[in-house]
Ligand binder design. Structure first.
Ligand code: DHE
Length: 527
């Protein structure tokens, strides 16, 4: 709408100039209307408010590392490893420059998003009554959730018959793994714009939802299932919710030692440590937050202010949510743990180096040669020839690095058809399934032998269609793979013969999560 109008104005100016015999003076083109360009090209993913939707919030507070020419570069060429495409073919240079400047303009007002606003956003489903037992005859431990990003739904699958038990609407743009309660009864799902939805897997009903942040990264469930931590980019907080009723228990301001506020790269549960572990994205710090008052060496500046929703009984539990800081050399963008949760393996956004931080002693103990932006959040661990190894795909290179987690040597670098996003395996399968998410081979899935570390088969189920992300049934007998397209499908493979046995149409299915594999921290599953 805007550009034709501007061209029309420009053309009129030229004609008038010609008529007046003034054509020697070039007419000035009207200044691009950045706000209108934003509405036309960016708002669909980043929201009219610029506070984020499927894409991140586009405000100076969240763009500290992307300034000036870098911003224009991103708008022109897109961002590797994300769904941000380039607009170099659609927008003119001065339009891109105007948009970049616009995104660096602070919002007139950033809404406050503290305990009161979070509490006010909470919506509990009026028609929800918990069923005393599963309302279906399928094995509740073998239920698998399929996130369908095409129309923002989740399908609840019986992992034996592959019947769809329920299909429910989620908040817009779900990202990251949903988190199950330790008994698999409830699941919590997060969207990029900070909504957390609670769903009762046994009753097949939504329990409620709450907006825990304005732009959020991921969620983690405490070891005892009582608390849910929500890592936020905006505001720079970690929200802790009660899993019982989604009430806000505490909002921790994420302020680094130097006094600067920071985004949270991600938060995870460390079950053996009875804590949450998070990394700060804008400061070289890892935080450990106690979810058991008696656990962990929490010696540094205990955060202990009880806030909205805290009960007397809770206040009495001294030590709950105590925080420990671990200083590291560079901020971490993406990280992963050894299965004993003693070591954290992380990488920065430059993605050229991995670092191992021992969480017991609280310092870096090794560095790893991991160029090509390893995607450690998708790392998995298994046993290969008697050694415990971890593997990570890389977002910029078509390789998978396999590392011995006892001596931190690189055991193998497996060449793939292109950069991949997700790896999955299971105790009962001899294979690791690895997708190729980017490039001309994004329609293939590699199957890698866990012992020889060689690709044994490359599947290409739908030529030209992206296939990605694998999950196994509880027993590891079947592998479920997404055809990641609007009119996509869930493919069910026999994990032994590697033959496709079922195909269920789905709307851009992305991640899949089996209750049993997730609550038992099955070998071969991400966090
Ligand atoms: Fe993800 C998990 C970060 C882009 C789909 N992604 C995660 C996790 C993190 C992360 C930290 C682990 C959270 C958890 O499960 O608790 N993702 C990032 C990024 O930094 C990145 C590269 C850029 C961004 O946009 O934030 C990114 N991710 C994407 C996508 O573009 C994907 C393919 C599509 C989408 O939905 O946005 C995508 N990410 C996923 C999925 C998982 C995930 C399906 C859960 C995998 C699992 O098996 O647990």
């Amino acid at each position: 709408m805007i550009r034709p109008m501007n061209s029309f104005k420009a053309a009129t100016t030229v004609l008038l100039a010609l008529a007046a015999g003034l054509c020697a003076i070039a007419p000035a083109r009207a200044e691009p209307d950045a706000a209108a360009l934003y509405r036309e090209h960016c708002a669909e993913c980043h929201a009219e408010s610029r506070l984020g939707g499927i894409g991140p919030a586009l405000i100076p507070e969240t763009l500290t590392r992307i300034r000036g020419p870098v911003m224009e570069e991103v708008i022109t060429h897109g961002r590797p490893a994300t769904q941000m495409e380039g607009f170099g073919d659609v927008l003119k240079k001065d339009e891109i420059a105007a948009l970049a400047a616009y995104l660096q303009t602070p919002l007139a007002e950033i809404p406050a998003w503290g305990p009161d606003e979070i509490a006010a956003s909470r919506e509990m489903a009026g028609d929800y009554t918990p069923a005393p037992a599963p309302v279906f005859s399928a094995d509740p431990m073998n239920v698998t959730l399929v996130v369908e990003t095409g129309d923002h739904h989740v399908s609840v699958l019986d992992g034996d018959s592959f019947d769809v038990l329920d299909r429910f609407a989620t908040p817009f743009a779900v990202h990251g793994g949903p988190k199950f309660s330790p008994d698999g009864h409830f699941v919590f799902i997060m969207s990029r714009d900070g909504w957390v939805q609670k769903y009762d897997v046994w009753s097949l009903k939504e329990v409620g939802r709450v907006r825990a942040g304005l732009n959020s990264r991921n969620i983690a469930m405490s070891h005892d299932g009582r608390w849910l931590a929500v890592a936020n980019y905006l505001p720079r907080t970690l929200t802790i919710l009660s899993t019982a009723d989604l009430s806000v228990v505490k909002v921790v301001d994420v302020v680094a030692r130097n006094g600067e506020k920071s985004r949270v790269s991600a938060v995870y549960q460390a079950p053996q440590r009875k804590s949450f572990i998070l990394a700060l994205k804008d400061a070289p710090e890892i935080w450990e937050i106690a979810t058991d008052p008696a656990a962990g060496p929490f010696h540094d500046g205990f955060v202990h202010s009880y806030e909205a929703g805290m009960t007397e009984a809770l206040a009495a539990e001294k030590g709950l949510f105590a925080r420990r800081r671990i200083a590291i050399e560079e901020p971490l963008d993406d990280f992963f743990f050894t299965p004993d949760y003693r070591n954290l393996i992380g990488t920065n956004r430059a993605g050229d180096r991995g670092v191992v931080v021992n969480l017991d002693v609280g310092r870096e103990i090794a560095t790893l040669p991991l160029p090509g932006m390893p995607h450690l959040g998708s790392g998995i661990v298994w046993t290969s020839k008697g050694r415990r190894v971890m593997a990570t795909p890389h977002l910029r290179e078509g390789v998978i690095s396999v590392i011995d987690i006892d001596d931190w040597t690189v055991v193998a670098t497996i060449k793939t058809g292109g950069p991949g996003f997700f790896l999955r395996s299971h105790e009962n399968t001899p294979y690791v399934w690895a997708d190729v998410f980017f490039g001309p081979n994004r329609d293939v899935m590699h199957v890698i032998d866990k012992e020889t570390l060689k690709i044994v088969k490359t599947l290409k189920p739908v030529p030209g269609a992206t296939v990605a992300h694998t999950e196994f049934t509880r027993d590891g007998r079947y592998a479920l793979v997404s055809v990641w397209e609007d009119d996509g499908a869930l493919l069910v493979y026999d994990a032994r013969t590697l033959e496709e046995v079922r195909r269920l149409p789905m709307k851009k299915p992305s991640g899949k999560y089996n209750v049993w594999n997730k609550i038992t921290f099955s070998d071969g599953t991400s966090h």
